[in-house]
Design a protein around this ligand. Structure first.
Ligand code: C5P
Length: 292
């Protein structure tokens, strides 16, 4: 095999609770990850040596790109002959809180494992992935719906037979994850694990039964206030979207992407028309997607 193509889906954090700041500077999380159909495509082709990354999207960093870091890490830990050319078709907003960069790195590793028949077990891949970023292991796992604990890298799969639909409100300007975590007001963030576990259990049970109104009562993103302090227009957007009575308007990850959850494509399309008519910033874009 000389080349292959890999799909690289995004995630939403249906809920993201920050429990405490750790000694290593990271934050202990309890988050609900959900894989969605919005996705990038990676085309991998063998080359003699090194890595070449091509991406038409101007905002994708070439330097320090997680795909390049993943290649270097792979070479260091499991030396093999040969290099790779990567063509990345970007559809996931960059710096949007949808895990695009982490997903690209994870699917690059999965693709390289196949392309070069490296024979890496999922356990080895998960260990590599955790070194690259807190969200990378989720994309290496087979889960489409999971609780993430620790930095977000410890996963427990959950079952959700229902297909969920989402309307995403994407901003053209990303937010820095590191800055959003730095801006957390921690004294008010000492959340009880028992309480959070309970909330997540209830959310999943309600989602499973299609009881959205009840489920969304328990969804919360502890990074939202910090993201809105950094970008006040985000609060305005969330408030005006909430006034449309389409259910709860949530932020994913460290933002700034906002989303609504629905049970059917029809409802999501109706919401899309409504939101389009009320969109505050003309530069925001809307995306309709589903569980994947
Ligand atoms: O793990 P990742 O490199 O994606 O994290 C980016 C930044 O986000 C970290 O450098 C850290 O500042 C912050 N972070 C955190 N706690 C987490 C995950 C990320 O403080 N659980």
């Amino acid at each position: 095999m000389r080349s292959l193509s890999v799909e690289s889906p995004a995630k939403l954090n249906l809920s993201l609770r920050v429990l405490r700041k750790r000694k290593d500077g990271y934050h202990e999380l309890y988050t609900l990850f959900h894989r969605i159909s919005l996705r990038d495509t990676l085309q991998l082709s063998k080359r003699k040596e090194g890595i070449r990354l091509y991406c038409s999207h101007p905002k994708v960093p070439k330097r320090g790109n997680l795909i390049v870091e993943a290649f270097r890490l792979l070479k260091r830990q499991f030396p093999f002959q040969g290099g790779v050319t990567v063509r990345l078709t970007k559809r996931i907003p960059v710096g949007g809180g949808l895990g695009g960069g982490s997903s690209n790195a994870a699917h690059f590793l999965l693709g390289m494992n196949r392309l070069y028949r490296l024979g890496l077990s999922q356990k080895k891949l998960l260990t590599l992935g955790a070194k690259l970023g807190s969200d990378v292991p989720f994309f290496l796992s087979d889960h489409r719906y999971a609780v993430g604990t620790g930095r977000g890298e410890k996963l427990q799969g959950l079952s959700l037979r229902r297909k969920l639909w989402f309307l995403l409100i994407c901003s053209p300007k990303g937010l820095s994850t590191r800055k959003v975590y730095q801006g957390l007001r921690l004294e008010r963030r000492w959340t009880s694990l028992t309480r959070v576990r309970h909330d997540v259990k209830i959310t999943s049970a309600f989602l499973q039964r299609g009881k959205f109104r009840q489920a969304t009562q328990f969804l919360k993103n502890d990074l939202q206030a910090s993201a809105e302090r950094i970008r006040p227009s985000l609060m305005k957007a969330r408030e005006s979207l909430s006034a449309l009575q389409l259910g709860r308007c949530q932020m994913s990850g460290s933002g700034p992407t906002l989303f609504f959850i629905f049970l059917s494509k029809r409802k999501t399309q109706q919401a899309l028309s409504k939101v389009r008519n009320h969109l505050l910033s003309k530069s925001s874009s809307l995306a309709l997607c589903h569980s994947f």
